[in-house]
Design a protein around this ligand. Structure first.
Ligand SMILES: [Zn+2]
Length: 156
């Protein structure tokens, strides 16, 4: 690291500690030429997550887009205000754990899985957009499926 005082590229790290809640490392350095100390911050460079759409098109992941879809499904329902953000964060984290690229179908399924556990109406709303339901029959079938899997849990 080049010294900001004398421009010599020869220093010694005297202290190193996490800052910004762990997202950066703060290093205190001492220039070996002039003896002055300076501080540097090192950050992780974020690797972009890519989304492969059904059409084969690949585009960068947009958390805002995912969040907007979840919020539309949840609108007016009595779920906690922080729920959409928490779901979006969780899904982004899980998608990143899979690798650099994630299929849009998988993102949709992960949202469905979370909404299913959270609120049946929000789940059906999201499913209607995501799965492209065309008539009431589709809804009813999906709703029956939902009852089949959630009913036993409610009784226990
Ligand atoms: Zn120096």
């Amino acid at each position: 690291m080049r010294c900001p005082y004398c421009d010599t590229d020869h220093d010694r790290v005297v202290d190193s500690r996490p800052s910004d809640e762990g997202s950066a490392v703060r290093r205190r350095r001492e220039c070996q030429a002039c003896g002055r100390r300076f501080t540097t911050y090192e950050r992780h460079e974020e690797v972009p997550l890519l989304v492969r759409k059904r059409s084969g098109l690949v585009e960068p992941f947009e958390r805002e887009k995912l969040l907007a879809g979840i919020e539309r499904a949840i609108a007016g329902r009595s779920v906690s205000a922080g729920a959409p953000g928490a779901i979006a964060d969780d899904i982004e984290e899980r998608a990143r754990a899979q690798g650099r690229e994630v299929a849009s179908e998988l993102l949709g399924l992960m949202v469905l899985e979370r909404l299913r556990a959270l609120d049946p109406v929000s789940y059906l709303r999201f499913a209607s957009v995501y799965k492209g339901f065309e008539d009431v029959g589709d809804f009813e079938r999906e709703f029956k499926e939902l009852q089949k899997t959630t009913a036993p849990k409610r009784r226990s």
